[in-house]
Ligand binder design. Structure first.
Ligand code: ADP
Ligand code: MG
Length: 696
């Protein structure tokens, strides 16, 4: 066959076997060009070079067999339609059955050649003979058997009007016709990443050839897969790298100076020596702040790692330079607590701290006036600080705490306000590195990977609700030892309805009855902010010993004397929340524990989550497990990460390649410069996919 040279940008309509009608349907699925079609990646590969003889089949294996249909028929069994056939090859016969697919009778007629793929099992009704139940099947026509047989064949997911087999008929000739064309990536990059020439990678993706390794293909680790994945991730990371650079270049930032006065102030404030990790991270931040380019930094650290004090010291640098600083938290409770903590730590300094988003309307208005006039050095609030019309006189540093509640968009919002402020984003949610590299690919990352000294790991156990007495005893014992406890119920703050609040109130009453002589307090999301503040303050001061709360305490709350966390209906919480909640204890020197109370029967997934919690308290491990259990699309439930849909790459599977691609992309930008990167990103079919992240 003469291979026609394929124009990758040509409309898919002109690909042989497609035509205008199918092209229209394909366009609806985002497949517009020949190249789009070539990026319909096989979901797996089947080795049809040599089929296993039926006589050699073994139970418990997944296999491909081929043969001729000898007998076929439909029968009814217990209200089910069972289609059954007998397949024969030169070595023997095999039974196969399908349930409730009566139309198979029309398709798989006697005498036809068919390929079956499925698990081989023992036939319970057939005296120990072997069979396949509901295998995948493919009928082979003699005239195009060469496409479907005698090679390693790609198995495709159906694409609109094109069946898996139909796709093979269309794509294989298309791939065979690919000729060497311009590669978007330059030769040195291709060489360093060890990429196949693009046309070859695309061809082998669909037609791996006789000497390919089936295992590699099915693991997406064949040279073809590797090349295409790296190309995709490289371009994506290049977009992020470019955006990061542009943002830095666009905005003239502030070059702070770390003066002796600032150093003195820091020394005066510190209630404890910093850990080595805190020192390192603070140095990274200070270096960044001294640079004239605006800082865009993510401070990542597990719960309890001590991020707040690092942020405070960064804010001190800003204030010592005559600027204002802002600290934003995701909830009012946390903002209030931050204001208390800062107020306490800064008691011996002349800085003024103001809580901007709480209090009566008049109080808030007053706080804002002072902020605008420059009478406030450090403003603390919720994200209302950036969303509403809050003006700063000279904002120098904005710290965003617990980023995962904010989302990327608000981050952008803040930057668009026109301030030259440096930005420090703190997250206690340990984002797996893979996601950090993508979702935060345009930020610099500092990692706080050490906990303050003297911490003992939190002991975690799972208890059924029936063990209520034992749990109450635990609470009683902690309180008797002079410690405090949290009891949390799973009401999500935003959706707290009145009946939920009533339930929470009832729970608090029940705990109070069970623990006479102990002071039980209640905190829920529907309370007025002043009330919340009062409850938190009394718990922090040790006046209340047990705090019954909804998840408003999920993030950031810091009461080191609390040593027991009881989480009711633990099966309803996601791993991220469980980890955050548990992070409220284990903050002091006394040993702490966490009890996960479950109600009713647990789903497989809930059980897996709780097991992870018992096994480890390493937030990164937990986040990785979460990612594994839920898949990246669903991670922390969101699209807020703004990740594009990748065509070949898979973030979970391809993490290592992601890192390789990232390093290479940053190197490329450094060496080739932004104009060249821009040109590369603006050409090619994928440009529109990454448009958002690329040009920003
Ligand atoms: P997170 O990183 O979760 O925000 P925090 O900043 O709230 O953690 O710190 C957790 C607790 O550890 C706080 O009580 C804080 O005062 C304490 N802490 C922080 N750094 C140190 C340190 N270097 N030595 C001793 N305690 C510390
Ligand atoms: Mg914190």
């Amino acid at each position: 066959m003469l291979s026609a040279v394929v124009d990758l940008a040509a409309s898919v309509q002109y690909v042989k076997g497609v035509g205008p009608q199918r092209a229209e349907a394909l366009a609806g699925l985002g497949v517009r060009t020949a190249e789009d079609l070539l990026f319909h990646v096989p979901m797996r590969y089947e080795d049809r070079r040599q089929f296993t003889h039926i006589a050699d089949l073994r139970a418990g294996t997944k296999t491909v067999v081929a043969g001729v249909i000898e007998v076929a028929g439909l029968r009814r069994a217990r209200r089910m339609a069972v289609f059954e056939l007998r397949l024969a090859d030169e070595s023997g016969r095999l039974k196969a059955v399908w349930f409730n697919q009566p139309y198979l009778r029309e398709v798989m007629a006697r005498g036809r050649r068919v390929v079956l793929y499925g698990s081989v099992e023992r036939d319970r009704h057939g005296g120990g003979r072997l069979m396949m139940a509901s295998p995948e099947y493919e009928l082979i026509e003699e005239d195009d058997a060469a496409v479907h047989m005698g090679r390693i064949v790609p198995i495709y997911e159906k694409l609109g009007p094109l069946t898996g087999k139909g796709l093979r008929r269309v794509i294989l000739p298309l791939a065979a016709g690919l000729a060497e064309g311009p590669d978007p990536l330059s030769a040195p990059v291709r060489e360093r990443l060890r990429l196949l020439p693009r046309h070859l990678a695309l061809r082998r993706l669909h037609d791996p050839g006789g000497d390919a390794d089936l295992g590699d293909l099915n693991a997406a680790r064949s040279p073809a897969h590797r090349s295409l994945i790296l190309e995709e991730l490289f371009l994506f990371q290049l977009g992020l790298a470019l955006r990061r650079q542009q943002r830095r270049a666009d905005r003239q930032g502030i070059a702070f100076r770390v003066t002796d006065a600032a150093r003195e102030a820091v020394k005066r404030i510190l209630p404890f020596p910093l850990t080595a990790a805190q020192k390192r991270v603070l140095r990274e931040i200070a270096d960044d702040m001294q640079d004239a380019r605006p800082m865009n930094r993510l401070l990542q650290g597990d719960v309890g790692a001590g991020k707040t004090v690092v942020a405070l010291l960064a804010m001190v640098i800003a204030v010592e330079n005559g600027y204002q600083a802002a600290l934003m938290a995701p909830t009012e409770v946390l903002a209030e607590q931050h204001a208390l903590t800062l107020g306490r730590l800064l008691a011996r300094c002349r800085y003024t701290v103001a809580l901007v988003s709480a209090g009566t309307r008049a109080q808030r208005a007053e706080a804002r006036d002072r902020l605008r006039a420059g009478h406030v050095d450090i403003a603390v609030g919720t994200h209302a600080l950036i969303q509403e019309q809050v003006g700063f006189r000279r904002l120098g540093l904005a710290v965003v705490d617990e980023q995962h509640r904010f989302g990327v968009l608000q981050r952008e919002d803040l930057l668009r306000k026109g301030y030259q402020a440096d930005l420090l984003v703190m997250t206690a949610t340990p984002i797996p590195r893979t996601l950090a590299l993508t979702a935060y690919g345009d930020l610099d990352v500092s990692l706080l990977d050490e906990r303050p000294p003297g911490r003992t790991p939190v002991r975690t156990e799972v208890r059924a609700a029936a063990a209520r007495r034992a749990v109450q005893d635990l609470v009683r014992r902690e309180v008797a030892a002079g410690h405090q406890a949290y009891v949390v119920y799973p009401l999500v703050e935003e959706s707290e309805k009145l009946e939920d609040v009533a339930a929470a109130r009832q729970m608090a009453e029940r705990w109070q009855e069970a623990l006479p002589g102990v002071r039980v307090a209640l905190l829920h999301g529907r309370m007025k902010s002043g009330e919340k503040e009062a409850v938190m303050a009394s718990f922090a001061a040790g006046e209340a010993q047990v705090l019954v709360a909804t998840t408003v305490i999920e993030v950031g709350v810091d009461v080191p004397n609390a040593t027991l966390m009881v989480i009711e209906n633990a099966e309803r919480f996601g791993l991220a929340s469980l980890h955050q909640l548990r992070g409220r204890v284990g903050r002091g020197r006394a040993s702490s524990s966490c009890v996960l109370v479950t109600h009713g029967r647990l789903s497989e997934e809930a059980r897996a989550r709780l097991e992870v919690m018992v096994r480890t308290d390493d937030g990164f491990v937990i986040a990785e497990e979460d990612l594994r259990l839920r898949g990246p699309g669903d991670f922390f439930g969101t699209r807020q990460w703004g990740l594009p849909a990748f065509r070949v790459a898979d973030l979970m599977r391809d993490r290592e390649l992601l890192e390789t691609a990232r390093a290479e992309a940053f190197r490329f930008l450094e060496e080739a410069g932004p104009a060249e990167a821009q040109r590369l990103l603006a050409s090619g079919a994928w440009a529109r996919r990454f448009a958002l992240s690329a040009i920003g």
